[in-house]
Write a protein that binds this ligand. Structure first.
Ligand code: AMP
Length: 249
């Protein structure tokens, strides 16, 4: 079974985002960028499926600027076999990404398409679900366990207050949650090997997809600053304070 994995280049999760002076978005100048953490989990899961003999080929796909190549090379160094880069210098909205991934899925005919549950830059949590709808494929979102049994993909999902297991008849979409696995680091020899793995360069026009924006960002603001705390000398003083603030009766 061929597995496609979607990987997005995003602001590194350790970086504290700065808002642009004009409030039009997050300032990405000279900021460390990395693979979206949920996508690292997606790549790791695909590799584990291959190690178990359930997957035969892993293709990493990214839509993004020239630098998204670095993210794809990371996926190749982790263990993906080849990559497809849809080069788009401007930012691409989730619906357009889903349409591009749909076109790639139709061309590649995978048994499974694994995505992150959300990209940590815009927190949309939309692409996997839109892709499932566009393709008409079943989806198991927020996966904490994935098992393949013949044509069936059993996905355990994290839902409010528990776990739900769904059986999907492939081809299917899975989106990863944090507890699915712990992604491996790429070893130096594998980083070297990744440089010679195939990477196809495409454009949105190659797939006939219109990526012009449909959403206008009106304003981006920093979260409100937290006011300073106070120190109390005793439990009695704490209780009195909480009562005076109306937090406890
Ligand atoms: P989102 O719906 O934007 O929060 O993204 C959910 C998932 O869709 C991500 O974790 C990625 O797996 C995939 N995805 C989103 N944007 C892109 C992109 N530009 N290129 C490749 N995959 C993407």
């Amino acid at each position: 079974m061929k597995v496609l994995v979607a990987v997005k280049r995003v602001i590194d999760y350790n970086v504290k985002p700065r808002i642009k002076m004009d409030g039009s978005g997050v300032d990405l100048a000279n900021v460390k960028m990395s693979m979206n953490p949920f996508d690292e989990i997606a790549v790791e899961e695909a590799i584990r499926l291959r190690e178990k003999g359930a997957a035969t080929e892993i293709v990493a796909v990214s839509v993004g600027p020239a630098k998204a190549q670095e993210t794809l090379r990371t996926a190749l160094a982790m263990g993906a076999d080849r990559a497809i880069h849809v080069v788009c210098e401007e930012s691409v909205e989730p619906l357009a990404v889903a349409k591009l991934l749909k076109a790639i899925a139709e061309e590649e005919q995978p048994g499974l398409f694994i995505l992150g549950k959300q990209a940590i830059d815009d927190d949309s949590n939309q692409v996997g679900q839109m892709l499932g709808a566009l393709l008409g494929w079943p989806q198991g979102t927020f996966a904490s366990k994935v098992e393949i049994a013949g044509d069936t993909v059993n996905v355990t999902r994290e839902v409010d207050g528990g776990l739900e297991t769904v059986a999907l008849t492939g081809p299917a979409i899975v989106t990863t949650d944090l507890r699915l696995n712990e992604p491996r680091y790429a070893s130096l020899p594998n980083i070297m090997k990744a440089k010679s793995k195939p990477m196809a360069q495409k454009t949105a026009a190659d797939y006939g997809v219109d990526i012009s924006p449909r959403i206008e960002t009106l304003r981006v603001v920093e979260p409100a600053k937290r006011s300073a705390g106070i120190k109390v000398g005793s439990v009695d003083e704490l209780v009195a304070k909480l009562k005076s603030m109306g937090v406890v009766a």
